[in-house]
Design a protein around this ligand. Structure first.
Ligand code: ZN
Length: 502
């Protein structure tokens, strides 16, 4: 038998890769449809369709053809970064998929199917005991999964790696340890100052104008409507159905301005990343964001670093006032700016401000680590949650509904996911620092609504690469150093020091 050349192996791998990712895109299309349009009676058959596709994708990912292809391809003989990444990522996926027996995947699917309604009931009735046995089983299964996948120091590494590839729990812990004292200190100093008013954000904001404003701002930031859509769902998200088809969703609250406006900016940030990936990577393993942390850095960048900046409010406040003269007639741009940046310890993560948000994540990360190494038992989660919450925020949750039962992630089997949210804030701050150095007049550009140079910088440095570089590599390339929480702390201290006259 003639040995295959690197070129012919790569060609074969790319063929398979395209097939897998086309199937994945079809599955994503059905899932998007399920969230936006599917009538209730269609749900049952849709689950069957999705399960069928899932099986087909898994078969291709573990096919006898793919293993030897990726395992035998020596990265040293490959010339381009992108082909090396293609092989590295496929080898990774193949090894992961091969290590997890079908039986475990099915048990996990069954368990989360049962756990989610129990979690919803426990949360509704503020009765943690109803969810505790499921959580204990989910932790056991997560540990079993980690053992099968393998890890160096802590079983958490294997779980985190699914969402934040090549980042370890030790690295996250070091970053969070550097972040926590500074965040807690800033939150304490702010709490000692008079609070800024923001009640005007909860006046009347009819939906029609909210949608018009949301579409306008997405357009201004650079969202390509010929390669995307905006629809309505209960839980907002962004999904990519093809290289030139990126869908975002939002929800409207007529008595809260921030919900849709900042929600759409956030999802637009995710979409701009996906729309900015090199078209050559379309429908391949390289054609999406490199990690959830980097993805979240892009949504937070536009939502907070730009969307909640003074020049941005200067630009948009007149159009807010024009759309809502009765609700915002007695407000000025400065008060609006302070209002959307109000900092206050609160029980619910998704409603948290820029300063306290990451503390919510640090709490979850510490509890998840303890659950996985067995030092915390499921039944003790409420008391551990409340004790740590009181230590970090200075307030104690009045119920488990507003405490350890608020998030669906654990019930979905998503242990290891939370850190990516806080990593997003940190990466965003470090990227923002680099962007400001190459675009010193960013602030006047934003105040004129000229976002194209900012987007071009993100496209060139981050978006176009897709998954060619890992999060850590990208961070070093763009900023010259590894992730450092001081960038985020400096940004927060400067911004909120001015708002609260610290
Ligand atoms: Zn997001």
């Amino acid at each position: 038998m003639v040995p295959q050349s690197t070129e012919s192996r790569l060609f074969e791998l790319k063929e398979l890769d395209r097939k897998i990712h086309r199937l994945a895109a079809i599955k994503a299309t059905l899932e998007w449809d399920q969230e936006t349009n599917l009538p209730p009676h269609g749900v049952e058959e849709r689950s069957e369709q999705l399960a069928l596709l899932e099986g087909m994708i898994h078969d291709l990912q573990t096919s006898p053809q793919l293993g030897p292809l990726t395992l035998d391809l020596s990265e040293a003989t490959i010339v381009s970064d992108e082909d090396r990444a293609l092989v590295r990522l496929h080898r990774r996926e193949f090894e992961r998929a091969s290590k997890l027996p079908k039986d475990l995947v099915e048990r996990l699917a069954r368990l989360t199917g049962v756990a989610q309604p129990l979690w919803a009931q426990a949360r509704r009735e503020n009765d943690f005991k109803k969810f505790s046995p499921s959580l204990a089983q989910l932790v056991d299964l997560a540990r079993e999964k980690a053992e099968l996948l393998g890890y160096q120091d802590h079983p958490y590494d294997a779980l985190l790696d699914q969402y934040e590839p090549e980042t370890t729990s030790a690295e996250v812990k070091a970053v969070f340890d550097g972040l926590q004292p500074g965040l807690a200190d800033l939150a304490r100093r702010i709490a000692a100052r008079p609070q800024v008013p923001n009640a005007f954000l909860s006046r009347s904001f009819p939906r029609v104008s909210q949608e018009a404003l949301a579409r306008k701002v997405a357009t201004d930031l650079g969202f390509d409507w010929n390669a995307g859509r905006l629809d309505v769902t209960t839980h907002p998200f962004c999904t990519t159905l093809g290289p030139r088809d990126v869908r975002i969703t939002t929800r409207y609250d007529e008595s809260f301005f921030n919900m849709a406006f900042y929600g759409v900016i956030h999802e637009t940030g995710h979409a701009l990343y996906e729309q900015g990936i090199d078209p050559r990577f379309g429908t391949t393993i390289l054609g999406t964001g490199t990690s959830l942390g980097i993805h979240e850095s892009q949504s937070r960048f536009w939502e907070n670093f730009i969307g909640r900046s003074r020049p941005f409010i200067d630009r948009y406040f007149p159009s807010f006032q024009k759309a809502y003269p009765e609700s915002l007639g007695d407000v000025d741009a400065e008060s609006f700016y302070r209002g959307v940046n109000l900092v206050e310890p609160s029980f619910v993560r998704v409603e948290a401000d820029e300063v306290t948000y990451s503390l919510h994540i640090i709490l979850r990360f510490r509890l998840e680590m303890a659950l996985l190494d067995g030092s915390l038992k499921s039944d003790d989660v409420p008391s551990a949650w409340n004790a740590l919450f009181t230590e970090l925020f200075g307030i104690t949750p009045p119920s488990d509904t507003l405490g350890c039962l608020q998030d669906v992630h654990w019930a979905m089997g998503g242990l290891g996911y939370f850190p990516t949210y806080a990593l997003g804030n940190l990466y965003a701050a470090q990227f923002f620092d680099a962007l400001k150095k190459s675009i010193p007049d960013w602030s006047s550009l934003v105040s004129r609504g000229e976002f194209a140079p900012l987007l071009a910088w993100l496209r060139h440095n981050i978006h176009r690469h897709g998954r060619v570089y890992t999060a850590g590599e990208l961070c070093r390339q763009v900023t010259g150093q590894a992730l450092d929480p001081d960038f985020f702390l400096d940004y927060l201290n400067q911004k909120f020091g001015a708002i609260y006259a610290l």
